[in-house]
Design a protein around this ligand. Sequence first.
Ligand SMILES: NC(=O)c1ccc[n+]([C@@H]2O[C@H](COP(=O)([O-])OP(=O)(O)OC[C@H]3O[C@@H](n4cnc5c(N)ncnc54)[C@H](OP(=O)(O)O)[C@@H]3O)[C@@H](O)[C@H]2O)c1
Length: 173
Amino acid sequence: MVSSLDGFIAKKDGSVSWMHSKDTYEKGVELTKEYVVEFLASIDCYVMGSKTYERALELGWPYGDVPVFVLTKRNLKSDKESVQFIAGELNEIMTKQLRTRFQNIWMVGGAMLTKEFLRLGLADELNITIIPILLGDGTLFFDYLGKEIPLHLKDVTAFKDGMVELVYEIGKK
Ligand SMILES: NC(=O)c1ccc[n+]([C@@H]2O[C@H](COP(=O)([O-])OP(=O)(O)OC[C@H]3O[C@@H](n4cnc5c(N)ncnc54)[C@H](OP(=O)(O)O)[C@@H]3O)[C@@H](O)[C@H]2O)c1
């Protein structure tokens, strides 16, 4: 997830320009094309909520031909062969349908689906990139999870443009 420092993952007006940092942090590392390509190549499939899917269609499809599973109770249709719509009990979908076929499953978001994953203990790792901005309004990532979840910090990377990537292992409780 990409988040503002005050915990928002989307603005109310839907604009995304805030996700591109204009800051400079001399001591940071360069976010290279190779880094991004290698990172994306490690993903076996994506899972996302229908709102995130619809927003991705508007912004320009970034997932190529990698399988994408969209959670929805609506009867949505797609002309992309890589897209499949699913509904049902999340625990069953993950353990019976996806974990048996895919190793590295990337839960893209949004906030609603992420919170369900965290509440159900379905996520192993949390990867969040903080943009140096306070948005003040929008969709909050972790509001009222209603559950305490211990985390183990696995990695931190500060980039030259002021973005900070935090990788946490999620403790099971
Ligand atoms: N900053 C980031 O890194 C980042 C990442 C991802 C998304 N986003 C942003 O987050 C916003 C969307 O987030 P959101 O929280 O509003 O929505 P969301 O989580 O993307 O989608 C919510 C929808 O997913 C479906 N859903 C959720 N749980 C389900 C279940 N167990 N079974 C079946 N369907 C289920 C429902 O769809 P139906 O109503 O169709 O049934 C629900 O309305 C967008 O603006 C997007 O751009 C930001």
